[in-house]
Design a protein around this ligand. Structure first.
Ligand code: GLU
Length: 487
């Protein structure tokens, strides 16, 4: 194992989409590992696919990582700016005989694959242009063909490495699909656009990456990349392949499963702390006694690959929701208020103006009490918008609430309560006294009045603690208005 301080890891996202949960989880493991070893966590934007890469995706990825608290060291490396280094490496491979130009046309390659399929063979390049004579090459060029550049992968090779998650790994060269394209088609006197496996090796080596931590869907790439390290005379990093994230059906989580982008989770009302915590649990088991709710810093103290599972990690919404609820409750009323303010503002709350309602709603103390009241029942931050709504706006009377007002004595008890409402402050003890007195005046059980009061205040028979609800609505002058509409 590398000594402390020498650890340099990286996240290498392709900006061809928004920050995906799989990439974010890879980022979490890289970050935890770097933190644990006092190492560095670097970022490389792999934007060599010019057609599909977009600056807005890069912005979304950086924003998502920042939001999750996964800060990286230094400026991100932009892969498309490193073309010279990539081409130099390809030239080196051509010069040393590890790479060659292949003139096979797309039509020829398709025909080759169809033949393989017909005889039930796995698709692979049959290395047909590995040893072309200079004359054969000239003939192809004269035909106007443009070659790709391929890297030789000998069938007889056996590639092994010691994976930090999966232990001893071994791949047969014969299973890597034949000689691999490392540069796209270009005129034979040029080097075309370099491709993924080649650029990753050149860049990881240039960035002195000590450990490559990425999803297990890259295992075959690792075998190919190890051959490239060898051919280029470079020292390979240590590899750790993390388990895939699976959906409920046990299949790899994909866009078809709905929410997969970090920005979608954010929009749904998940907090960064809960999501980062949850992603850590996707494949890593905390040591005994640690529980499942922890911060990234706490996880970093004990993180290691010996506790990363090999089996795929099934996405568990219930656990994520539970963690999110935990985080929201831990924040306390003021923390929750800070997070809810922008969401409330987007709905036009607190109300504009200077009347009693607007002034109460704009009062941080009133808002904190509202947060203390609704906080314990929130799972998502968005629930704090839904549950705050009847405190900011007059809610319509739901069917059950209307029915409650038809209960014998219900309206009379509300009328009695209206007559007892004080103009100034109302305290909890006093509220109880008033409820008892009004119920008595109307000759109904206190429970009937309480249920009816809830119905007119919230328009529903469900909701948080009744007296606390009433006190808040009394301060905004809304209780009188709502009680009278039920009469
Ligand atoms: N750009 C690659 C991806 O997003 C990087 C894989 C790697 O970490 O090497 O899958």
């Amino acid at each position: 194992m590398t000594s402390a301080g020498a650890v340099r890891v990286r996240l290498a996202p392709s900006p061809t989409g928004t920050l995906h949960i799989g990439t974010a989880r890879t980022a979490v493991f890289n970050w935890l590992f770097a933190q644990h070893h006092g190492g560095r966590f670097l970022l490389r934007i792999e934007d060599t696919d010019r057609e599909r890469s977009r600056p807005e995706f890069t912005a979304n990825i950086l924003e998502g990582l920042r939001w999750l608290g996964l800060d990286w060291d230094g400026e991100p490396v932009i892969q498309s700016q490193r073309q010279e280094a990539h081409q130099a490496a390809i030239q080196q491979l051509l010069d040393s005989g590890h790479a060659y130009r292949c003139y096979a046309s797309e039509a020829e390659l398709t025909a080759m694959r169809e033949l393989q399929a017909a005889s039930k063979q796995a698709p692979r390049y049959d290395n047909r242009h590995r040893s072309l004579s200079p004359e054969q090459q000239q003939a192809f060029i004269a035909e106007g063909r443009e070659p790709v550049i391929r890297f030789r992968i000998d069938d007889g090779r056996s590639i092994g490495w010691n994976d930090l998650v999966r232990g001893a790994m071994r791949w047969a060269g014969a299973d890597l699909g034949g000689d691999m394209v490392i540069a796209r088609r270009a005129p034979a006197d040029r080097i075309g656009d370099p491709l993924y496996n080649l650029v990753v090796v050149v860049d990881d080596a240039a960035m002195a990456i000590s450990h490559v931590i990425r999803g297990e869907d890259h295992i075959a790439n690792t075998a190919k990349q190890l051959l490239l390290y060898e051919a280029l005379g470079l020292e390979p990093p240590v590899f750790a392949h993390t388990p895939l994230i699976l959906n409920q059906a046990g299949k790899k989580l994909s866009k078809r499963d709905g929410v997969t982008s970090i920005s979608d989770f954010q929009a749904m009302g998940y907090t960064a702390a809960a999501l980062a915590n949850y992603m850590t649990l996707l494949g890593w088991s905390p040591p005994e006694g640690m529980g499942e709710r922890f911060s990234l810093e706490e996880a970093a103290r004990v993180f290691g690959f010996e506790r990363v599972n090999r089996a795929g990690a099934r996405f568990d919404w219930d656990k994520l929701n539970w963690l999110n609820g935990q985080v929201l409750h831990e924040q306390g009323p003021e923390g929750l208020r800070q997070q809810l303010l922008p969401l409330w503002a987007a709905r036009g709350w607190p109300a504009p103006g200077h009347d009693q309602a607007a002034e109460a709603q704009a009062d941080p103390h009133w808002q904190r009490e509202l947060c203390a009241l609704i906080g314990p029942s929130l799972t998502l931050l968005q629930d704090g918008v839904e549950q705050a709504e009847p405190f900011f706006c007059l809610p319509p009377l739901q069917e059950a609430a209307s029915q409650q007002l038809e209960v014998p004595g219900a309206r009379q008890s509300l009328t009695a309560l209206e007559g007892l409402l004080p103009e100034g402050m109302l305290e909890a003890d006093q509220a109880q006294v008033l409820l008892t007195a009004a119920a008595k005046q109307a000759g109904v059980k206190k429970g009937v009045l309480m249920k009816s009061l809830r119905a007119v205040l919230l328009g529903s028979l469900q909701g948080p603690d009744l007296v606390a609800t009433w006190l808040l609505l009394h301060r905004s002058g809304e209780d009188r208005r709502r009680i009278s509409r039920g009469l």
